[in-house]
Design a protein around this ligand. Sequence first.
Ligand code: SF4
Length: 485
Amino acid sequence: MKGKYLLRTYGCQMNEHDSERIAGLLEADGYEPTTDLEEADVVMLNTCCIRENADNKLYGALGHLKAEKERRPDMQIAVGGCLAQKDKDLVATKAGHVDVVFGTHNVHRAAELLSESREHGQIVEILEAAVDAEHAAFPSALPEKREVDYAAWVTIQIGCDNSCAFCIVPSVRGPEISRPFGDLVREIEHLASDGVAEITLLGQNVNSYGRDITLKLGGRDEDEFDVHEAGERWNANGRRRGRPLFSDLLRAAGDVPGIERVRYTSPHPKDLRDDTIAAMAEVDAVCNHLHLPLQSGSDRILKAMHRGYTAERYLERLKAAQNGIEDLAVSTDIIVGFPGETEDDFERTLEVAAEAGYDSAYTFVFSPREGTEAAEMGEDFIPQPVTKERMARLRHVIERSAAAKNAARVGRIEEVVIEGPSKRNPGVISGRTRQNKLVHFEADLRAGALATVEITEAATHYLMGELRETLRGPKVRTRIPVVAG
Ligand code: SF4
């Protein structure tokens, strides 16, 4: 054993997934996990600059670690992730006691950089961008240490080609790069043989998956290579298609034996194509849940955000999905108080939210992220009392529809994957329906088991139920372990 590592993650699902891979890399390198700072030989902070106050949180944490580093100079501190990518040298200059700073494009080097810094002192290694799919650090292609056995994230794409005015992602994660289709299918097959029954396809803009592959394959005719890059359907009936589509990937993932649930996040409304809706409707494994970020219901604000759709177009796409996919639950993201948002703009958002009839929503008050276009719109920032009052009105609309949607499920029999004891009430267990709704009920079942539950009560954010039938226990691995030589 090389020592113990303590890993702290600040941020989004992409970052949490990166952390699983960092943990996998460290454990493959001989480290063991710990949650006790006193016994950690390595403290790894995986940062995010999407969340509010990310820099304050990081520099606060580094401040606390300074005393420990002075007491135990051999303890190594590493900072990775979006904020490290964005602030490059700042982390190292502000916190001289940090041993390693790495960015979003060289996560795969985490363990090596720690070793190198033991010999050479502080290392700051930030790459400007991943060069291409062959050299990109897709977190799913690295060793893994999953948080749970029965479910896994699969990164299908890194980066983003959009330029939403409020978002820092394109500048810290670079342009979109899709992982080759064949690699993804192999990864999903491997996960299934490892006992995983549920996968979530992950990307900043998942439903534009494959656009870059099309450009790359443009002038080629080596068919075999095409199939690996773009999937079987690329050359279906001898006629090349424009690109491997996200819907092809949904179908291929749903075809993998053992995969019972396929989820994905996050799609962009402007790229929600009919073939994706058809795949969601036709592939049994794809869950009946769509997270479709609205951000604003005002066309003026959507334009200022560079979102690439109008409220009418958003609702048209949403209705197409609701009409095409049976029993679909829909969630969204909405920003309140984007710079320049008038009362009239906000009322458009309330109207669209009411018409959409969301099952749930992540609602945020706008807060500027340094380095984004919206952060420069200082004179149009909306005062806090106004955003507070607007947020309360929006929450009211969202909660009304969420409560109604949940109430409509009372009396139904739902298929539920068990997540474990309820966090609030360990006397009951919690599970997820195919619509991504949380259900609490009494049963003696382990995480990963599959059961049917009759819904008996509904609240705004969860359901209560009674166990009807246990369909199966947690899956076991069927893969024969291979020991690397
Ligand atoms: S689509 Fe917009 S919000 Fe989403 S990651 Fe890309 S730039 Fe950011």
